[in-house]
Design a protein around this ligand. Structure first.
Ligand SMILES: [Zn+2]
Length: 283
């Protein structure tokens, strides 16, 4: 099994929104912030190559939304989904499965692109696209908070092509890959846990977007049900500590992975390391 990080570019968010009710005096020393109060976030996806299957977890922002929309989010960086795949020796047609944690624009935008005639095309036309049934329902009929972060053009063409596979339960959807359904950040947010020869690694998505958010009360203002987020995070961290599950961060520009330790103040980060170090350091 090969594990490869796929950098798809960065975007910026307001630090107050990222850290929710936590005062800036507490978080500003933990994550870099600029004079406009923006924090830079990666959109770091994960490719799991089992030999038989090439499984991509999340696809970044893509390029379909308006320049105005992207300018609010200050897209930056030199990486893109297709460039990163190509640099690692993969063609979009090689991808057999795409697991989408959820359908907010910065997680699924890469699933569809506009061709030279401005027609929508599915990027991974040989791939089964895994989404939770409750997230799909939320995407189709968004609530008043999330309507602005879902775009029909990001996933409708996938559905129309018959490539959507809905998940209803916590289950092993592919050999070695289980998903958990969460509801704090958004309804039916998937937490993928990959069981590898190097140990288990969990794809944090927006459950714990950046390393400082390991602290259980540090929940983003974006979360639709913050009390549920706190409880889901608490339960996951306890399990990750007990089972020695490594955390892989999608959005932390500066930290790829971490391990956990129990302290007097609760569960905290033990070591931080890159995905390549995770692979190398294991037997
Ligand atoms: Zn999200």
């Amino acid at each position: 099994m090969k594990l490869i990080k796929i950098d798809t570019g960065n975007f910026m968010v307001d630090g107050g929104a990222l850290f929710g009710v936590i005062p800036k005096a507490m978080w500003q020393s933990k994550y870099p912030v600029d004079n406009d109060n923006y924090c830079n976030l990666s959109m770091r996806c994960l490719l799991v190559d089992t030999g038989d299957r090439k499984i991509l977890i999340d696809t970044g922002a893509g390029a379909k939304q308006s320049d105005k929309f992207f300018s609010w989010h200050r897209l930056n960086g030199n990486d893109s989904l297709l460039k990163s795949l190509s640099n690692n020796g993969y063609h979009p047609d090689d991808i057999s499965d795409v697991i989408l944690t959820h359908l907010h624009w910065d997680h699924c935008g890469g699933c569809v692109y506009y061709d030279d005639d401005n027609m929508p095309q599915v990027t991974f036309k040989n791939a089964t696209h895994w989404v939770s049934a409750s997230q799909w329902a939320n995407y189709e009929q968004p609530n008043s908070r999330e309507g602005v972060v879902y775009f029909p053009e990001n996933m409708r063409p996938v559905y129309d092509a018959g490539l959507l596979q809905l998940v209803d339960n916590n289950e092993e959807i592919l050999p070695g890959i289980e998903v958990r359904l969460l509801n704090g950040h958004t309804q039916g947010n998937l937490l993928p846990i990959v069981h590898t020869p190097y140990g288990a690694i969990a794809f944090m998505g927006d459950l714990i977007p950046v390393a400082p958010s390991v602290r259980t009360p540090w929940v983003a203002a974006y979360d639709t049900q913050p009390l549920i987020s706190i409880e889901e995070k608490r339960l996951f961290l306890q399990e990750a500590l007990e089972k020695d599950i490594t955390l892989f961060f999608e959005h932390d520009l500066y930290t790829e992975c971490c391990s956990l330790v129990q302290t007097d103040k609760g569960i905290a980060i033990n070591d931080v390391f890159t995905l390549n170090e995770f692979i190398r350091e294991q037997p």
